[in-house]
Design a protein around this ligand. Structure first.
Ligand SMILES: C[S@@+](CC[C@H](N)C(=O)[O-])C[C@H]1O[C@@H](n2cnc3c(N)ncnc32)[C@H](O)[C@@H]1O
Length: 215
């Protein structure tokens, strides 16, 4: 996956400082929205794609009981090393290094797939959605939360990053910042039934979309 080289270099360098630098106000608020959208009553096999430094795993690990398993997947090994340091109780948590486009799991392994603040990087989003659907059991749920182009903050940052990459100042590899409508259309095209695609406004013009969909 050559297209991910700039991203691997960026997150490889930033893994140990990522939580302090990037995950302060919007990062935590975004994660809270995602966690509250998870259908906990039906969730005992959960997959978190693009789990990064494992902040979501750390936040929910005390809720995981019995045979419940939460698997975090990330393409960047140093982010997973940081996740191993961040998650205090890993009894019900497993971490795997893999790209979202090629998830190393059998069909219908999970009843919930989570993707928090990562989808804008995916170079092959249709492939990723097909993988989400493949690993979900019938009627399994997808919770996809991401930056939203419906708000000026993400829109401006997306275009600044694109221009910087175009001008050769940066190799930062964001693929696209979607509107709620775009995400909805992609999910429907991938065969999901979208229950809600909620736009959530934050401060300083920032905002996210939180999608709940069924396989
Ligand atoms: C902004 S961080 C978010 C991490 C975490 N979900 C959070 O909210 O703190 C994005 C993460 O997505 C991962 N990522 C990007 N593209 C990926 C891909 N194709 N497959 C798996 N992980 C990917 C990056 O390595 C990074 O750890």
């Amino acid at each position: 996956m050559k297209a991910y080289q700039p991203l691997l270099e960026k997150y490889g360098r930033q893994a140990s400082t990522y939580d302090r630098r990037w995950n302060l106000r919007w990062g935590h608020a975004t994660m809270r929205e995602t966690i509250s959208a998870i259908p906990w009553a039906d969730a005992d096999r959960l997959l978190d794609v693009g789990c990064g430094t494992g902040l979501l795993e750390a936040a929910v690990s005390s809720r995981l009981r019995g045979s419940t398993v939460l698997v975090g997947v990330d393409i960047c090994a140093p982010m997973l090393q940081q996740a191993r340091r961040n998650i205090p109780d890993q009894t019900h948590v497993a971490l795997t290094n893999a790209p979202a486009e090629q998830l190393p799991f059998a069909d219908q392994t999970f009843n919930v797939v989570i993707c928090n603040n990562s989808f804008h990087y995916y170079q092959h989003p249709e492939m990723v959605l097909a993988e989400f659907r493949r690993v979900l059991c019938p009627s399994g749920r997808l919770i996809l939360t991401d930056w939203s182009s419906d708000f000026p903050g993400p829109r401006i940052i997306y275009w600044v990053l694109r221009l910087a990459a175009h001008a050769g100042f940066s190799r930062y590899s964001l693929k696209h910042c979607y509107t709620a409508r775009e995400l909805d259309a992609m999910l429907v095209a991938a065969g999901f039934h979208v229950a809600t695609a909620r736009k959530v406004a934050m401060d300083l013009g920032w905002g996210i979309t939180v999608v709940q969909a069924r396989a």
